[in-house]
Design a protein around this ligand. Structure first.
Ligand code: SF4
Length: 388
């Protein structure tokens, strides 16, 4: 058993262990059991080290609560991933890329998980059904980007990961491979020198990390991110907007700035999905728009992720932007900047045929005047005397 696997086994994975750590008055084992039975729990030592008190932003993400059992308008498969699944373990929604579920398990389990209907259950993400997934990718030349996910793909051994990388690299039209993983936050010890050496052989391999709060960037996590960046793995981050975790501009700004410092480019900020069991994490959309408004212009553009709703029912990611533009006419655009000041941009005076207003057939052709070429002046530069 490797070191990271041993560390994994020292995590907390039962309510009794949780009660022993925080006290039975804090952890009511009987009350929490239905939530625990519904979606399993594991909290790794690195996460435990960030968990300071009941109800703090880390606690809320990982400790089960009775609120998980209140289902109002949440749905089990809120993004209808199974509806777009042509073969087991593959979701093919967008034209040129697929989601490939390669691992059923995670190092720690996030209570808001969109895929909680499957995650933690090896029968729902079977490890012995890769073959039909490889075949599907091979038979679809439009697929140039494969996103390995799960569960967490980094829970697989290096041997199994390398096998998947090799098989994907045998398919000529697969240009990039992405790992969707929260491992750098949950179990930074998993980013071993051996993994970093191995992954270099299969580039370009990207990693989409997942951080929701600045406290998650512990020294061990930042060091693991550095090892990946040094191994040539471009790092992005997906963040979920969560009530009681990061639903204010100050926390989000600190998170984005800390990510950049750790060589991670903030990529997406998602509205929490309408998933059954995770409804208590949802905020109003306006909260997200206010956060984006508080970031754009006020800090580096690199620190501003795309704010999106992953449309319920499988509509895909839809970007949302605060209102900057007040009016667009043929002549000008009136908008406000990040400070709320109003500015005007003049539209270019295009030749009529190229204008967006009116079809080319309705317009007279534009004849540009041609000037007669002027005779060239003789050079007035003095001639060089020959020397020598
Ligand atoms: S790491 Fe990702 S897949 Fe695993 S429980 Fe958290 S959100 Fe779900």
């Amino acid at each position: 058993m490797s070191d990271w696997q041993q560390i994994l086994h020292t995590g907390i994975d039962t309510l009794d262990k949780l009660a022993a750590k925080f006290g039975p008055d804090v952890i009511d084992v009987d009350a929490l059991k239905p939530a625990f039975d519904n979606f399993q729990m594991r909290i790794t030592p690195n996460v435990l080290s960030q968990l300071k008190e009941v109800g703090d932003p880390i606690w809320n993400q990982y400790v089960p609560t009775v609120q998980e059992l209140d289902v109002v308008d949440g749905v089990i498969d809120s993004l209808d991933e199974d509806g777009d699944s042509p073969v087991p373990n593959i979701t093919h929604r967008y034209p040129d890329r697929v989601l490939f579920l390669v691992s059923p398990v995670c190092a720690s389990y996030c209570r808001f998980c969109t895929r909680r209907r499957k995650v933690g259950d090896p029968e729902k993400i079977p490890l012995n059904q890769y073959e039909s997934a490889f075949e599907y990718i091979r038979n679809h030349p439009e697929i140039r980007d494969v996103i390995m996910s799960g569960g967490d793909p980094m829970m697989l051994s290096d041997r199994r990961l390398e096998y998947i990388f090799q098989r994907l690299r045998e398919i000529p039209h697969v240009e990039i491979i992405r790992l969707g993983s929260r491992i750098t936050s949950h179990l930074p010890e998993r980013i071993t020198p051996e993994f970093c050496e191995m992954v270099k052989k299969y580039h370009p391999v990207y990693m989409n990390t997942h951080f929701n709060h600045p406290n998650e960037l512990t020294p061990a996590t930042v060091a693991a991110l550095g090892r990946l960046a040094d191994a040539g793995v471009p790092l992005g981050c997906q963040t979920v907007l969560l009530r009681g975790v990061n639903d204010n501009p100050e926390t989000m700004k600190e998170l984005m700035q800390k990510l950049l410092k750790a060589r991670v480019r903030p990529y997406y900020l998602y509205m929490a999905d309408q998933v059954a069991g995770g409804e208590h994490f949802r905020t109003m959309v306006e909260t997200g728009l206010e956060i984006v408004k508080a970031l754009r212009g006020w800090t580096s553009g690199l620190a501003v992720p795309h704010f999106c709703i992953d449309a319920p029912g499988g509509g895909g990611k839809v970007p949302l932007l605060p209102e900057y533009v007040e009016k667009i006419t043929e002549d000008e655009v009136i908008f406000r900047n990040y400070e709320g000041k109003r500015f005007t941009y003049k539209q270019p005076r295009l030749p009529a045929a190229a204008s967006a207003c009116g079809s080319a057939a309705e317009q007279e052709p534009v004849v540009l005047p041609i000037r007669a070429a002027k005779p060239r002046k003789k050079s007035v530069r003095p001639r060089r005397r020959k020397t020598g």
